[in-house]
Design a protein around this ligand. Structure first.
Ligand SMILES: Cc1cc2nc3c(=O)[nH]c(=O)nc-3n(C[C@H](O)[C@H](O)[C@H](O)COP(=O)(O)OP(=O)(O)OC[C@H]3O[C@@H](n4cnc5c(N)ncnc54)[C@H](O)[C@@H]3O)c2cc1C
Ligand code: FES
Length: 278
């Protein structure tokens, strides 16, 4: 069930170049949200921008009795809303609605999981890593371990944009890095870190569409099961405006699906990519 709240900001801290972690006190949404779902955030008392913006749920924070009372979002400043968000101070209110979207499906017990993130695409994966490793449950579910091994391939343009690597390593995730300019990890695209054979478990990707398209092509080539989280721009987040559609294969051809309600997680093999890599 989607909730709409105005929540006080607890922290809004810079964690990398143009990248911030925003912590909002919102126990009702924190108690309901699952990995892979997202939130719409809006700045109150302004019509500029008028519309909210979608952000992946990064993680929840528990109170002393172990109940989630706050949630984190990690965002990159790219335009109007995110620039203004960076100026928000502790105590100031933010409007939010969520949980939104389908979230990651439970893969059941698996040998390993491979996460592939580009740009700000690491954000949906921290809570999912904790869930799969059995470190915690979400939305009232008990913690249940699905794997002991998660590898994150994470690519950024340059080292100063890398955010949250220590959060992943602290959970026991094995992190491999790439950067366009060679200032962090291997020089080149994150997809150049992909193995030549299929991993022993599902693959999950999030990042710019050309990266996800390349990942989907690789997954098809090595016969890996691959799920991607799309970052399509959205106006409402609740299925009402059709601003977020993407084309998905169906039994009879293809159909438009709304990323906000049918996604943001999709089977990579079913997506019809708008920007061919070939
Ligand atoms: C499900 C979902 C989860 C997301 N999670 C995160 C997250 O965890 N952290 C994060 O930083 N961002 C995330 N995004 C992207 C985020 O919503 C946009 O960066 C944000 O809406 C930009 O708002 P703005 O007003 O600052 O930029 P605008 O002023 O609206 O846009 C500035 C520029 O960025 C471009 N732009 C805006 N949105 C996107 C987009 N989604 N993809 C490509 N270009 C875009 C515009 O075309 C424009 O050129 C997510 C998007 C979706 C759909
Ligand atoms: S954002 Fe309005 S329908 Fe998806």
């Amino acid at each position: 069930m989607m909730l709409q709240r105005t929540a006080p900001t607890l922290e809004n801290v810079r964690i990398a170049q143009r990248t911030y972690r925003l912590r909002l006190e919102c126990p009702e949404i924190a108690a309901r949200i699952r990995p892979g779902q997202f939130l719409m955030l809006r700045l109150p008392n302004t019509s500029d921008p008028l519309l909210g913006r979608p952000f992946a749920f990064y993680d929840t924070i528990d109170d002393t009795s172990g109940r989630p009372f706050a949630l984190d979002v990690v965002y990159l400043v790219v335009g109007k809303m995110t620039s203004r968000l960076a100026d928000v101070r502790a105590g100031e209110p933010i409007e939010l609605w969520g949980p939104l979207g389908n979230g990651f499906a439970d893969p059941g017990p698996i040998d390993e999981a491979l996460f592939v993130a580009g740009g700000i695409g690491q954000t949906p994966f921290l809570a999912f890593a904790r869930q799969l490793l059995g470190r915690r449950g979400y939305a009232g579910a008990a913690a249940q371990q699905r794997t002991e091994r998660i590898r994150l391939l994470y690519g950024v343009r340059s080292a100063d944009l890398a955010a949250g690597i220590e959060d992943f390593r602290a959970q026991g995730v094995d992190v491999a890095l790439a950067s366009d300019d060679g200032s962090l990890g291997q020089r080149g695209y994150v997809t150049q870190l992909l193995p030549t054979t299929a991993p022993r478990g599902p693959v999950y990707g999030c990042g710019p569409e050309p990266m996800l398209h390349a990942l989907a092509q690789w997954a098809k080539h090595v016969s890996a099961r691959c799920w991607v989280s799309l970052e399509t721009p959205m106006a409402c987040g609740i299925g009402a405006c059709f601003s977020c559609v993407t084309r998905v294969q169906t039994d009879t051809g293809w159909d438009y699906k709304r990323v906000c309600v049918d996604g943001p997680i999709f089977d990579a093999a079913k997506l019809l990519w708008e920007h061919p890599n070939d």
